[in-house]
Design a protein around this ligand. Structure first.
Ligand code: ZN
Ligand code: FE
Length: 256
């Protein structure tokens, strides 16, 4: 089994160490910065061998070059964005399987937040590293993609097994949940989940990772087929990508 450690970075980023014990490999997913990653590696006695990047934003690649210089690790990132990933050594794209020691990640192209965004799914370990595409109770802003592209990307993730743990890159769950309640207040699972989210945040505990099944039941951006959400955005019976797009646009201006 992979050992996964969560490292809070910057104001609300999560960076992950992924340790493969059989061959003694350790990857860091989206290193926002250097010092907390080196400290976590030292605490575990692990040597960094890989960086896995999901997209080019500075809060995901900020530690790339310093970590590579300090450890000689290999940097893996999206082929479609190779010129924007500092220090990239290996390019991966949709449908690739990436061998990480004895474990395997499947790569998905998930454009929308950025045009080159990818996700890594370690199926045997039920772990999804989805960067800023899918968040707990939310999804990334559409900086470089259309609603149709983002809906197609989220649909790939929506099809994964329900027990998949969603290792997203930000602790945005509580504010996402306030928006979710504004478009689907009648969703009892969402109401219950938000009570738990509020409790955890009050105790300064993370709400990430979640399980994909929870997201399917409560995340409005995975639920454009919900009649309540369709009514909330005024698009009853519309194509799902359109309902998704209207929901995303509403979130962009939401003041909870
Ligand atoms: Zn981003
Ligand atoms: Fe980010």
């Amino acid at each position: 089994m992979l050992q996964i450690e969560q490292i809070p970075c910057l104001s609300d980023n999560y960076v992950y160490l992924v340790h493969e014990p059989a061959q003694g490999l350790t990857a860091v997913v989206d290193p926002a910065e250097t010092a907390p990653v080196l400290a976590a590696l030292a605490a575990h006695g692990w040597r960094l061998t890989h960086i896995l990047n999901t997209h080019h934003h500075y809060d995901h690649v900020g530690g790339n070059l310093e970590l590579k210089a300090a450890t000689g690790c290999r940097i893996v990132g999206p082929r479609a964005d190779r010129e924007r990933i500092p220090g990239i050594d290996e390019e991966v794209a949709d449908g690739d399987t990436y061998a990480f020691g004895a474990r395997t990640a499947k790569v998905f192209d998930v454009p929308g937040h950025t045009r080159g965004h990818i996700a890594y799914w370690f199926g045997e370990d039920a772990a999804l590293f989805c960067g800023d595409t899918l968040f707990a109770l939310g999804c990334g802003r559409l900086f470089e993609g259309t609603p149709v592209q983002m809906w197609d990307s989220l649909s790939k993730l929506r099809a994964l097994p329900g027990d998949t743990r969603v290792y997203c890159a930000h602790e945005y769950t509580q504010s996402n949940g306030r928006f979710a309640l504004s478009v689907e207040p009648g969703n009892a699972a969402l109401v219950a989940r938000m009570q738990e989210v509020d409790r955890r945040r009050a105790a300064n505990e993370p709400t990430v990772p979640s399980r994909l099944a929870e997201e399917l039941a409560t995340n409005p951006f995975l639920r454009p087929d919900s009649a309540e959400i369709q009514r909330a955005v005024g698009l009853v019976g519309a194509p799902l990508a359109e309902v998704f797009g209207a929901t995303r646009a509403r979130k962009d201006t939401f003041r909870g």
